[in-house]
Design a protein around this ligand. Structure first.
Ligand code: SAH
Length: 258
């Protein structure tokens, strides 16, 4: 097979849920695909089109899903793999790269494109103001693929360096204690009144966004659909008459505020 007829793989970000957040580029790639792969609930967001096959799989099967999609594309098929949000943020793009690096050479010859999407932290931030207005970082609290001690080290480093911290995967049924533990850890670095934003199911019909203080954060419900943004010492809340408050982090940092 020559590179011209060996199939195409598009790794597509669907955004956080609202169809208005799906980019035109992503929409075009989804329409062009002959086969769609993804976690079931994400695939359900893609409208059915005649002649397309759909291959839903479970949440924890990212590696197997990536391999199946690459194998299918290597047969000469136009395949799209979907991720919620952005595929490069704790999602399928890295899973595809991992398999390409170690898999058969024919997988590295594929025409692979990565199509960005609006990631959860940007969608949540936009609902509330500009919490990511200065330096920030993102951490997944899932310890499925890394030891919890590493999460703790990164939380300490990020909070003590003054970063605003976006926490993906805060809680799941299999990981009930990690979020409370992470918040306790951050309380060792940050004042009790530090603003913490909880954005749940942003862009979906059951969306909820709230702001609490760090000392109330551990008791605030979070689940697998929640993205949490923990402010830095510089993050501020603007109360507004008759409207929800704005949370923002100023663009300048005059001193090491840790
Ligand atoms: N690739 C995705 C992230 C996958 S990790 C992205 O770029 O957004 C899954 C985590 O993302 C969830 O546990 C949650 O923390 C966050 N998340 C995904 N969609 C969300 C949404 N609509 N609202 C709030 N958080 C969301």
């Amino acid at each position: 097979m020559t590179p011209a007829d060996c199939g195409r793989l598009a790794v597509v970000g669907l955004g956080p849920g609202d169809p208005r957040y799906l980019t035109p580029e992503a929409d075009t790639a989804l329409a062009a695909a002959a086969a769609l792969y993804g976690y079931g609930p994400y695939l359900d967001r893609v409208p059915a089109r005649a002649g397309q096959s759909r291959h839903p799989s479970d949440n924890r099967e990212e590696g197997a899903r990536a391999a199946a999609a690459l194998r299918h594309a290597a047969q000469g098929t136009d395949v799209a793999v979907v991720s919620g949000g952005d595929p490069g943020v704790f999602a399928m793009a890295a899973a595809i790269c991992e398999k390409m690096e170690t898999g058969p050479e024919s997988w590295r010859a594929l025409d692979v494109v990565f199509i960005p999407g609006i990631t959860a932290m940007l969608a949540v931030a936009a609902r509330i103001g500009a919490p990511l207005g200065h330096d920030f970082c993102a951490l997944s609290l899932s310890d499925n693929l890394k030891p919890w001690e590493l999460v703790e080290r990164r939380l300490d480093a990020a909070a003590s360096a003054g970063f605003v911290i976006a926490l993906y995967n805060p809680v799941s049924r299999a990981r009930p204690w990690q979020f409370g533990n992470a918040i306790e850890r951050l309380r060792g670095h940050l004042p009790p009144a530090t603003p913490v934003i909880f954005g749940r199911a942003v862009g979906r019909s059951d969306e909820q966004v709230s702001v609490v203080t760090l000392d109330a954060a551990a008791a605030t419900p979070a689940d697998m659909s929640t993205l949490v943004i923990v402010g830095s010492r510089a993050t501020r809340v603007i109360a507004r008459p008759g409207r929800s408050p704005l949370v923002y982090t100023p663009r300048t940092a005059a001193e090491v505020s840790v």
